[in-house]
Design a protein around this ligand. Structure first.
Ligand code: GRF
Length: 221
């Protein structure tokens, strides 16, 4: 990255793209001093591709179905990320399990958002699982990506209370609002050089981040 250029983000999506939109907005308002240099979807039908096009961003599909192995798919992604000279990779509802082929070259520069209070509920159907378990709170976690699925070190978590009449849908609707707040914030920390991954541990301003991430509260900057 040259000193005169803004850092370059890649946003990887599979679906709706509301987190992508949060990043588009954060770049547009200057909350993030970065530019989205490419949006990549593995799913040609992803509605998020339309959001990227509407924002005038380079968007492309690397369809996992065109590859015989996860490694070959990941190698194609790495080629695109390198071609766009990407500094930070943001997984935003990207529904593919990644291999070290992608994770290793981008170690410490690859983040994900997961709609649960990790380490609880890695994988799918997180809100229903929180309801079924009788949990009193739910939430969302931004974390660094390591080869373990949804297992990389948490950076930032936002917690919300579960209400008596919550369904997975009502819970998801409140959690997604938090997602759009904490993901650009964590990315900003990274772009400012405040957030690092060293020996598989996350640090903010040189201080070790707690095992479940920093608890988000309003005004955190
Ligand atoms: C979000 O809930 C995110 O936490 C999860 O996938 C969903 C993506 O939503 N990883 P969107 O495509 O960003 O709207």
């Amino acid at each position: 990255m040259s000193h005169t250029e803004q850092p370059r983000l890649a946003i990887l999506i599979s679906g709706r793209g509301s987190n992508l939109q949060a990043f588009i907005d954060a770049c547009a308002t200057g909350q993030l001093a970065a530019r989205i240099s490419v949006v990549i979807s593995n799913n040609p039908q992803a509605p998020g591709l339309q959001l990227a096009a509407a924002a005038g961003l380079p968007a492309l599909c690397v369809n996992h179905r065109d590859f015989t192995s996860r490694e070959d798919f990941d190698q194609a992604l790495v080629s695109e990320l390198n071609a766009h000279a990407v500094d930070l990779v943001i997984l935003a509802g990207f529904m593919r399990i990644l291999t070290p082929v992608l994770i290793e070259p981008f170690a410490g520069r690859l983040m994900n958002i997961h709609p649960s209070l990790l380490p609880r509920y890695p994988g799918l159907h997180t809100h229903q699982r929180a309801l079924d378990a009788g949990d009193e709170e739910a939430g969302v976690t931004v974390h660094f990506v390591t080869p373990e699925l949804d297992g990389g070190p948490p950076v930032l978590q936002s917690r919300i209370p579960i209400l008596l009449d919550d369904t997975a849908a009502t819970l998801a609707a409140r959690v997604i609002v938090q997602e759009h707040v904490i993901y650009p914030l964590a990315a900003r920390w990274h772009l400012e050089g405040r957030l690092t991954l060293i020996d598989q541990l996350a640090y903010l301003d040189g201080n070790r981040i707690p095992a479940t991430g920093i608890d988000y509260r309003e005004g955190l900057a």
